[in-house]
Design a protein around this ligand. Structure first.
Ligand code: ADP
Length: 485
């Protein structure tokens, strides 16, 4: 095991074993090899993490830390992540299976930028003075919520942790991070780096473990004030139900079945490229993946042929190879799920144009080829359910109203893409689509400053962006002062 792999719980700036002494293996999905046996947090370990986090909220070292100092620490954490980016990206790729190119050139730089963006926010969290009736001075304070439990999925392990950890710390909260059991390693490294740059004990704790045990214990714990969750809609429902018991503040970033809408007047070349990266980037294990492509009838045949040709160029390979475009699917279980949807698609009568094959690299690992289904009916399972794999359903539409109706015909509302040269049409469709993010003539753009989150059953609350962070990670206190006595 390399030096870079940390495998114990990170509580109060110390490595500790799980109370019950249990561990679980985390594997490299490209090779099947066990990378590390990681300490498995259970309820009693979550108790210890909560105690550490509450301790931080009571400790002047954190509670009274000046905002400029908090900002400086976040900036230093960004520097530390940047300095160690090669190793962290390699760790992410080993744990998750995504191409190293994606971890190193996309994830890590955006994580670093994210910490810098929220470093800039730390000393600008401020209230207002309010002109009220009567002889009173009224003002508001923006205070931390307290202990924030952060539960993250396996598809962008460190990125999605950063989206929540950075603003939560910027606003002065103490954090307990429960990474996904498939990909706990980079989160542990983040905890360690936070201590190295000077965050006091308990400000950031990391407790790897399973959802129904560690995750649920965090959600139900009376000492946790808020839960910020990214994961499946199914688990999101459980989290909301369980958080109700203690009336925690909850935010949920959940699944999607995002439409990419291609009008006949679009640049077909750009639309094909956008639709391709929209579904195949990150092996389609992306909550905002453009997994439904709606194409205007006049260009449908051409579009399908060109998309299939691009799909066939998506080289499946060793994630560490620079030529690889599709890495490994995170686990065998997830690959089984993807393959079962390929079967469902065929059974329901959609046309499998290309892909749909389980494969290996050097005789090992969980891989699948880029898959395109055409002649998909909007009611089919492959057009309605989140597959979380490189499988796209291409659906024809007749006109703008039909496109909007089909785009909105889902329980989800995370993101959407629109491809057209007609600026009026683009904005009209953008306003009619029920989704938290709309991309016009592009796809999969993110920035620390631009809010991201769902409409409908894709959840509520936003990650990224200034206002979203204030909303999620602070609470407002209104203070009244009598001026006449
Ligand atoms: P995905 O489909 O991306 O695996 P999940 O919703 O299953 O998404 O998992 C996202 C995160 O939620 C993971 O960290 C997982 O351990 C956690 N989780 C799963 N079940 C629960 C639960 N009952 N309570 C709290 N967290 C859970």
């Amino acid at each position: 095991m390399s030096d870079a792999v940390r495998n114990r719980l990170w509580i109060a700036n110390e490595w500790v074993d799980a109370r019950a002494g249990e561990t679980f293996p985390t594997t490299n999905p490209a090779t099947g090899e066990v990378i590390a046996h990681v300490a498995e947090a259970r309820a009693e370990d979550v108790d210890a993490a909560v105690e550490a986090a509450r301790g931080a909220m009571a400790d002047p070292a954190w509670r009274r830390m000046g905002p400029h100092e908090r900002s400086r620490l976040l900036w230093k954490l960004a520097d530390a992540l940047e300095a160690d980016a090669d190793a962290i990206a390699a760790l992410e790729t080993a744990d998750n299976g995504k191409p190293y190119f994606e971890s190193r050139k996309v994830d890590l730089p955006s994580i670093v930028e994210n910490f810098r963006y929220f470093a800039g926010m730390a000393d600008k969290v401020q209230g207002a003075t309010i002109p009220v009736s009567g002889p009173f001075f009224n003002y508001t304070l923006r205070e931390p919520v307290g202990v924030v439990g952060i539960i993250t999925p396996w598809n962008f392990p460190l990125s999605l942790a950063a989206w929540k950890v950075a603003p939560a710390l910027a606003c002065g909260n103490a954090v307990i991070l429960k990474p996904a059991e498939q990909t706990p390693l980079t989160a542990l490294r983040l905890g360690e780096l936070a201590a190295e740059v000077g965050f006091p004990p308990g400000a950031l704790n990391v407790v790897p473990g399973f959802g129904p045990t560690a995750g649920s214990a965090l959600v139900r714990h009376p000492g946790v004030d808020a839960i910020a969750f990214t994961g499946s809609t199914e688990v999101g429902r459980i989290v909301m139900r369980e958080a109700a018991e203690t009336l925690k503040k909850v935010s949920l970033e959940l699944g999607g079945k995002s439409p990419n809408i291609v009008f006949a007047d679009a640049s077909l070349k750009d639309a094909v490229r956008g639709a391709s990266t929209g579904i195949f980037y990150g092996m389609g294990e992306v909550c905002a993946a453009g997994s439904r492509v709606l194409v205007e009838r006049a260009v449908y045949g051409d579009f399908v042929a060109q998309l299939a040709a691009r799909a066939e160029k998506m080289t499946v390979g060793d994630p560490m190879e620079s030529t690889t475009r599709l890495g490994a699917i995170v686990s065998e279980e997830q690959l089984d799920r993807v393959m079962s949807y390929v079967e469902v698609g065929k059974r329901e009568g959609a046309r499998l144009v290309t892909g749909g094959e389980r494969t290996t690299v050097n005789g090992k690992g969980n891989f699948v080829t880029a898959t395109v289904f055409a002649e998909v009916e909007p009611t089919m399972k492959i057009a309605q359910e989140e597959i979380f794999g490189p499988v796209v359903a291409v659906i024809p539409f007749e006109d703008l109203d039909d496109a909007v109706a089909k785009a909105n015909e889902t329980i989800y509302g995370l993101a959407a893409g629109i491809w057209t040269r007609d600026v009026g049409k683009a904005h009209r469709v953008a306003s009619e689509i029920q989704a938290g993010t709309v991309w016009i003539n592009t796809y999969n753009q993110y920035d620390s400053g631009s809010p991201f989150g769902g409409y409908k059953q894709s959840g509520f609350g936003r990650d990224l962006g200034w206002e979203a962070a204030l909303e999620k990670y602070t609470q407002v206190k209104s203070v009244w002062v009598a001026l006449d006595r």
